[in-house]
Write a protein that binds this ligand. Structure first.
Ligand code: TEU
Ligand code: CA
Length: 545
């Protein structure tokens, strides 16, 4: 069955920072509704909405206290229904964030479960014995420190792979699984178009064996969920799977597997990390390695599964700062990153503000940092004797706040994001760098994205064409897409150097998109400018490859 999302581009909204409608400094659902025409203009087919559910906001909504309620800061269920309806009018579907590895400790299930060992909800969570101060085992939380929290009331520890206010759910419990499926069907019945599944690869965990990702029951649970909820519907499901290899991604996403549409894998975005070290130990990007990673995923999943394509999200640094050049070549390198990603096979995701090339926002002190992950890391490392300046430098490169700054809609106070005090200050660049300015400039990054979105809808070669890497040096990423005798060539220089490239095997038919206006292309002798990138229709001289 043809799925609604196959030739579409998805846009991620982080609601707290998108648009404030009532001056309280916090983005909200009416704010999103007010900008739907902007998103329709960009041409996207779906919105992945980061959590808007009732939540004490310890982890900005990834700690949910009621899956069927809306955080009052963001609006009401009536607003949510209106968002779904208004989006639908513009042919945009809403993809809800499904956070079912854990709940908030303020969820009714956990409140009840923690009252007594006899609670009917006790087994919805993961409790273990251990004398106080002696943890059941060595499992660590992603947000620093032990993954076990002692609960004096019942004298047991509970598991939390994230904050201690985010207790892990026990997927071995069939009653818990049915309760989750019931909740999912509630949302499906409201007319949403998909789910993005938060850390879904952790639900099959075996805590006693210290197995967290890719546990033995993981795929059975996902198959069961598929059958009980979205299976057989025209629906997008994307699992967040930090531990996926191409083989594992194939298992999730193969069209006959009864699991998910696709997964987010993170091999390319963690290319600057060394296995065994944390994300805070940064290393320069090895572009040769990056190219091989893309080529591997493109090749291994072709016609066996489905890729998701992204450079950044609410947990990652801004794409242009991390992979491009956010100074002299901000515009050109942002367009290059867009072209080289959207040229690939899979479903592209744009993270809010990426389409105008928003950059990271440096801070000078931990007091300016909001994100729980960075703050916990900072406190732990300071206690271990690390230097504040080194930690702040790592935070400036990697912290999640970089992507979470409120959006600059125009050059007015607070970028037009709010008439009040924004919950987190905007990047000070907003006077020059904002949506209004981008829309008014026909050469802006925005129009590169808009064109790429449109190209995908109109050209099956972008959706289904076979990927083949073109051999070049590591400063250049070049590949072809081929479908039905047609070939598109994608070439990107991902450095600030000029690069020479000769591709005599291709004859230029027409330029599809190019991030340098009015520049001729001679494929036999390409003198690539810094961060130059293009897609061209070509004829393969030695016959079709
Ligand atoms: O992220 C999963 C996750 O492992 C992240 O904590 C990730 O390791 C880190 O942010 C990289 O910088 C998901 C959500 O996307 C994230 O926002 C949540 O905090 C987390 O799950 C817990 O729900
Ligand atoms: Ca608000």
């Amino acid at each position: 069955m043809k799925q609604w999302w196959q030739d579409k581009v998805i846009y991620q909204i982080y609601p707290k920072s998108f648009k404030d409608s009532n001056g309280d400094g916090i983005g909200d659902i009416p704010g999103i509704i007010s900008q739907l025409d902007y998103l329709a203009d960009l041409g996207i087919g779906g919105i992945w909405l980061s959590p808007v559910y009732a939540s004490p906001q310890v982890d900005n909504g990834y700690d949910i206290s009621d899956y069927e309620g809306i955080n009052p800061d963001y609006g009401t269920m009536a607003d949510m229904k209106q968002l779904i309806a208004e989006a639908e009018k513009r042919d945009i579907k809403i993809i809800m964030d499904l956070v079912v590895n854990h709940t908030s400790d303020q969820h009714a299930w956990f409140i009840d479960a923690s009252q007594s060992k006899d609670s009917e909800y006790r087994d919805f969570y993961i409790w273990r014995d251990g004398a106080e101060g002696e943890f059941p085992n060595a499992l660590q939380s992603t947000f620093s420190g032990p993954a076990w929290q002692f609960d004096p009331k019942t004298n047991q520890y509970f598991l939390h792979l994230f904050a201690k206010e985010q207790p892990d759910l026990n997927w071995e419990n069939e009653k818990l699984r049915s309760a989750i499926y019931k909740m999912m069907n509630f949302w499906i019945d409201l007319g949403i178009g998909g789910f993005r599944m938060d850390v879904i690869d952790l639900i099959g965990k075996q805590p006693d064996k210290e197995i967290t990702a890719n546990g033995p029951m993981l795929h059975s649970y996902i198959k069961e969920m598929n059958q009980a909820t979205f299976g057989g519907k025209n629906f997008l499901t994307v699992g967040e799977t930090w531990g996926a290899t191409p083989k594992i991604a194939e298992e999730y996403s193969n069209p006959n597997g009864g699991e998910l549409s696709m997964v987010f894998q993170f091999e390319h975005v963690t290319v600057d990390e060394v296995p065994g070290e944390t994300k805070w130990n940064t290393h320069p990007i090895d572009f040769g390695a990056l190219k091989s990673i893309f080529a591997k995923w493109q090749t291994d999943l072709y016609q066996k599964g489905w890729n998701s394509l992204f450079w950044n999200n609410h947990d990652l640094p801004r794409a242009v700062s991390h992979f491009g050049n956010d100074k002299e070549y901000r515009e050109r390198s942002a367009k290059m990153l867009a072209i080289v990603l959207h040229g690939q096979q899979g479903t592209p995701y744009i993270y809010q503000g990426e389409e105008i090339g928003l950059t990271n926002t440096p801070v000078t002190s931990i007091d300016e940092v909001n994100d729980i992950e960075a703050r916990n890391m900072y406190n732990t490392e300071i206690a271990a004797g690390k230097k504040p300046s080194d930690l702040i430098s790592a935070i400036n490169q990697k912290s999640r706040d970089n992507a979470r700054r409120p959006l600059p809609w125009n050059a007015e106070k607070n970028g037009g994001f709010t008439t009040g005090n924004p919950w987190l200050p905007l990047n000070p660049s907003y006077q020059k760098l904002n949506f209004e300015e981008a829309l008014a400039n026909p050469n802006s990054i925005f129009y590169t994205y808009k064109k790429l979105v449109e190209l995908r809808k109109e050209n099956p070669i972008l959706v289904d064409g076979k990927f083949q890497l073109v051999d070049t040096n590591d400063s250049i990423f070049a590949y072809t897409r081929t479908l039905g005798g047609k070939t598109w060539l994608v070439v990107a220089n991902w450095t600030a150097n000029e690069e020479q490239l000769s591709l005599p095997e291709f004859k230029l038919e027409k330029i599809v998109i190019h991030n340098i206006e009015n520049k001729q292309l001679d494929l036999k002798a390409l003198a690539l400018q810094p961060y130059e990138a293009f897609i061209a229709e070509v004829i393969t001289k030695a016959g079709t490859k």
